[in-house]
Ligand binder design. Structure first.
Ligand SMILES: *[C@@H]1O[C@H](CO)[C@@H](O)[C@H](O)[C@H]1NC(C)=O
Length: 191
């Protein structure tokens, strides 16, 4: 009755539901798209950096142990890595952040857990604190990391590299654009 793909999606929804009871709530201000190994990343997926193997890393998020955390998504490998403040891990299921005609994203310099206006939050951790998206240069890469404002640092743990903490980093912020005027016939074509 259900294909394996359906079951995976159902399992993911169930995991999200259970997590929402225990904390670890998804933030829905932005457009996140669920990916699996069979789907290409959508146009507009937000680029974050590159890893030490030279792969581009796109901005993703995962649910781990009642916390929603930023992820480094490598579409070519159908792979996402992420980290808490203590450990790094690989995720089997993840979402990517997608920009569109009216909302775009930008990395700006920040420091010490400063609460930047329009910072993008992935969701909350197990204690219901909001988790933000940062990045920093380390270990031959530009890595997306986890920003807990209370810890005043961008935390990156990638594969076998040591855990890194940065007091200076870049943070991802949201920018709203005024939609361009659209001729009537174009509007019809888009529907
Ligand atoms: C773009 O994404 C934002 C955030 O998810 C959403 O509110 C908005 O409706 C989207 N705009 C278009 C044109 O799809």
């Amino acid at each position: 009755m259900y294909s394996p793909k359906h079951l995976i999606v159902l399992a993911a929804i169930l995991v999200q539901f259970v997590a929402s009871i225990h904390g670890g709530t998804y933030n829905n201000e932005d457009h996140w798209v669920y990916l699996d190994k069979t789907t290409d990343i959508p146009d507009g997926t937000v680029l974050g950096g590159f890893d030490s193997d030279g792969y581009y890393n796109y901005v993703g998020r995962v649910l781990y142990s009642s916390a929603v955390l930023p992820a480094r998504v490598v579409p070519e490998l159908s792979k996402a890595t992420y980290n808490t403040e203590t450990l790094g891990n690989v995720a089997a299921t993840y979402e990517v952040l997608v920009a569109n005609e009216t909302v775009s994203y930008e990395w700006i310099r920040s420091y010490d857990g400063y609460r930047e206006k329009n910072a993008v939050s992935v969701g909350t951790d197990a204690t219901n604190n909001r988790v933000f998206i940062c990045r920093a240069i380390s270990d031959q890469g530009l890595f997306i990391g986890t920003l807990y404002l209370a810890k005043r640092a961008c935390i990156i743990k990638y594969e076998s590299y040591p855990l890194r903490t940065f007091a200076k980093y870049e943070i991802l912020i949201r920018k709203r654009k005024v939609a361009n005027f659209m001729p009537f016939n174009l509007e019809i074509e888009n529907h």
